[in-house]
Each structure stands twice: as structure tokens, then as C-alpha cells.
Ligand binder design. Structure first.
Ligand code: DGY
Length: 447
């Protein structure tokens, strides 16, 4: 890594302890908060990544993490992207439970939650947690989770297949997990919103982090407008195509859904269910991703804006994520690897800079602003799995080392400057700690 990061370089044992301490200090009775300051409730895909980390040190917490999240699953199968901790005072987060008002929805649970989803990485997390620490408790946890994971997949395949394409649509940038990615600029620009509405709210994120590193107020005005439209319909999914202002098919979310079917096939063999239907569904998702989101000209995957029925041209790290599908055919896998190794993303056997979240060569690359350039450990972790599955353990090893280097220099930050490695956002972030434990434990990166 080049540049001016001033953080200490830590040895692996010290790093391991730092990550464990970070998870311990973020543990909150039955789940782990992503950050005590910035994100004090439970977030869905954070919990999945965090469970993978816990499986290395306290496996029972991995199961409690997933169990508490799935207790808030809606009757329609959706797993909400935030589960609010009722013990926290009003105003602990924006947008909080009073904004989401999940009780308006027939399918909502008693606990207050958001009405949105996030990428379904939970089946993969459950499988990895079990494989890391197989036990009778693990088997019974898998048996309990299996029908819930099935319902989560069914929700995506039915309620959210808005275009009838075989892919799930996301109804809000927050559902993609990469809130203000340049991938969403064009569909966001089409959402009518007035930045003045933000004077009625108090943003929580900019009270704890530099506003220049976060989404803008205009982004937030649009986020709020999109939620308001969904909430007015009581978070119902029928008729979305006719009325909802923001609808996108995202390569990351759908690749995660495909990877979930592969994980469920393995879980099925442990819980005595039939893995066959999972393999069939996985193949159908891969086929739909190729048909709908693969651009043979760029050789990468791009989101589809369902309001225009066009692929979104921004080349963000989202386009690399379908490599996590083990059944991605050789030709698109090769072009995606080429994209990952290009100057845009810089993946190499020895990386001098970490994986950015957006094309480094693009004019709208912003190295400090959240998902518009900074480096995030979860994207690197997902891509690393794909590189290993597609016969590039050398590149996977380079990516692994770059992840370790980031935390060694800067600590368990939420995200990192993609040139200097300086830590940004929360300084004690759950999934950074958890995924670091996972890559450190994997001491044979070439296997
Ligand atoms: C939210 O409020 O859930 C946003 O995704 C935080 O970035």
C-alpha cells in the first residue's frame, strides 16, 4: 500500500486480538452492533458477516446472532435490514423505528424493524459457521434456520421478481447494501425530492462521522422519499412496477441469492432435506444474471434499472460480485477476473492498494465518500471467495494480504481510503473485525 497512513503495523496475533476485542465490545445481549456510535441497532447483512467471525472464537454467538435476526423475519419471508433495539432511547438512529413504522404492515413482526431487505448472505454465513465448528448444537441450529432461510429465498423469488425475469429487484439503494454507489446515480436522479425536507430530520451518521465521507443531504432526501412511497403502501410488493419510484436488479444481491442456494444445498444434506431443488434454483439464478445483467461488451455485470429497462453503465465493484457463484461459466468468469485485474480495480498477486468500491479511473471516483471509492472488507472477502472458486488462488492470496494490511495499518475501521489505507467511518466496525478473523484463520490462502 502506498501513501501516508500513519497507523501502526500490527503482528497477526495482535490483529487477531484487536478483532476479537472489537466484536466483544460490540456484542449486545443477543446480537452484535455494527458500531456502537454509527449503527447502534442490528443490521441484516452485517449480522451474517459477523456470525462468520464469531464462529472462529465463540461459535454459540454465531448462532445467537443469526437466531436473533431471524426472529424478526416478517411473515412474508423478508428479513428486515434493521432490527431496532427497543432498549435504546428515541433518536438513537436516523431513520429510527418511528420513521419506518413497520407496524403498518400486515406481515411485520412485533419487534420494530425497517421494511427493507439487504443482500441474503445469511445461508452462506450459516453454512460457514457450521463448517467451522460442526457440532450437535450447530446441526440443531441449522435445522431451526433452514425453513427460515427457505422463506427468505422464496420472498426474493416471488415478491421481488418484479420484472418476471428470474432476478430479485431492490426497491431502495439501502437494500443493495452499497447505499450511495455511483451505480445508483442515474436511477436516484429520477426520484423527485427536495433537499429542504431534511431540515425536518436530524441525521445520525453526520453527527458521528465527517459529512464529506457520507452520502449527501440530497441523497438522504431521496432515500426518505423512496421509503415514504413504500411505507404508504404498507410495504406491500404487489404492483411495485406500476407505482414504485426506484427499482433495480442488482448483481450483488442476486449473486448472493445464488450463493445462498449453493449454501442451502449443503445445509440440506446436514438437515436431511433434498439438495436438488437448491442446485436447480442456483442454476436458474446464474442463468438469469447472465441473461439480464452481463454486458459482453464490458465483460462485467451491471445493474439493470427497471424504470428504463437499461443496464447502468457505471463500472463499480458490484460488477465483480457474481464471481462468487461457483457455477458461473468459464468465459464470463474470465472477463470478470480481467475487469478485477484492470487499472479500475487493481487486483493482483501483490496489491499495492486495496480493492476500491468504484472504478478508480472514473471521473466520479471519490476516495473518501462511503461507497463511491473507499475500500470495504466485505466486498474484498466476497471477491476473494470467487477468485478461489474460479481457479485463481494466487489473486485470492493477494486480496487476502491487502485486507490484512489495511487492518494492520489502520485498525478495524468501517471503510478505508483506497489509496492510503487510512481508516474512515466507524473505528470499531463489526464486519471488518469478523471478516479479518476469517481470513486470518484461513492460513493456507493458496488452497
Ligand atoms: C441505513 O440506515 O440502514 C443505511 O444503510 C446506513 O448506511
Amino acid at each position: 500500500m502506498t501513501g501516508t497512513s500513519t497507523g501502526a503495523v500490527r503482528a497477526p496475533a495482535e490483529l487477531w486480538q484487536l478483532a476479537v476485542d472489537t466484536l466483544e465490545s460490540n456484542w449486545e445481549h443477543d446480537h452484535t452492533v455494527p458500531s456502537r456510535t454509527l449503527y447502534p441497532h442490528q443490521w441484516s447483512w452485517d449480522s451474517a458477516f459477523i456470525a462468520i467471525g464469531w464462529s472462529h472464537v465463540r461459535p454459540e454467538r454465531a448462532w445467537r446472532e443469526l437466531a436473533s435476526l431471524f426472529r424478526a423475519q416478517w411473515a412474508d419471508g423478508r428479513v428486515p435490514h434493521i432490527v431496532f433495539n427497543a432498549a435504546l432511547p428515541v433518536g438513537s438512529y436516523f431513520p429510527g423505528p418511528e420513521f419506518w413504522h413497520s407496524a403498518v404492515a400486515d406481515a411485520a413482526p412485533t419487534a420494530a424493524t425497517s421494511g427493507l431487505i439487504q443482500p441474503p448472505v445469511h445461508a452462506l454465513a450459516a453454512w460457514l459457521a457450521y463448517r467451522r465448528a460442526p457440532s450437535e448444537q450447530g446441526r440443531s441450529e441449522l435445522r431451526r434456520l433452514y425453513p427460515r432461510l427457505l422463506a427468505q429465498q422464496r420472498y426474493l423469488a416471488t415478491h421481488r421478481d418484479v420484472a418476471g425475469s428470474g432476478l430479485a429487484a431492490v426497491v431502495h439503494p439501502w437494500e443493495s447494501g452499497v447505499d450511495n454507489s455511483p451505480a445508483w446515480d442515474a436511477p436516484m436522479a429520477a426520484v423527485p425530492a427536495d433537499v429542504a425536507v431534511m431540515s425536518a430530520y436530524r441525521r445520525h451518521d453526520t453527527a458521528h462521522a465527517d459529512a464529506a465521507h457520507r452520502p449527501t443531504d440530497l441523497d438522504y432526501a431521496r432515500y426518505v422519499a423512496i421509503v415514504a412511497s413504500y411505507r404508504e403502501q404498507r410495504y406491500r410488493d404487489d404492483g411495485l412496477a406500476d407505482r414504485h419510484p426506484w427499482l433495480v436488479e442488482c448483481p450483488l444481491l442476486n449473486a448472493a441469492a445464488g450463493a445462498a442456494e449453493h449454501a442451502l444445498a449443503r445445509i440440506a444434506t446436514v438437515v436431511g432435506a433434498d439438495p436438488g431443488p437448491h442446485r436447480e434454483r442456483a442454476a436458474r439464478i446464474t442463468e438469469a444474471l447472465l441473461r439480464r445483467l452481463y454486458d459482453p461488451v464490458t465483460g462485467t455485470f451491471q445493474p439493470r434499472d427497471l424504470r428504463t429497462d437499461r443496464l447502468i453503465p457505471a463500472r463499480t465493484a458490484l460488477g465483480l460480485m457474481p464471481l462468487m457463484l461457483p457455477d458461473l461459466p468459464a468465459r464470463p468468469a474470465a472477463t470478470v477476473i480481467e475487469e478485477a485485474c484492470s487499472a479500475r480495480f487493481g487486483v493482483a498477486r501483490r496489491m499495492d492498494r486495496p480493492l476500491p468500491s468504484h472504478d478508480r479511473t472514473a471521473p466520479d471516483f471519490e476516495p473518501l465518500r462511503y461507497w463511491r471509492g473507499p475500500s470495504w472488507l466485505n466486498l474484498a472477502w466476497l471477491l476473494r471467495r470467487g477468485l478461489r472458486d474460479h481457479g485463481r488462488p494466487d489473486l485470492a492470496a493477494g486480496l487476502r494480504q491487502s485486507m490484512i494490511d489495511l487492518v494492520a495499518r489502520s485498525g478495524c475501521h468501517e471503510y478505508f481510503h483506497p489509496d492510503t489505507g487510512v481508516g474512515l467511518g466507524s473505528p470499531a466496525f463489526g464486519w471488518t473485525a469478523a471478516l479479518l478473523l476469517d481470513v486470518l484463520a484461513d492460513d493456507d490462502p493458496e488452497r
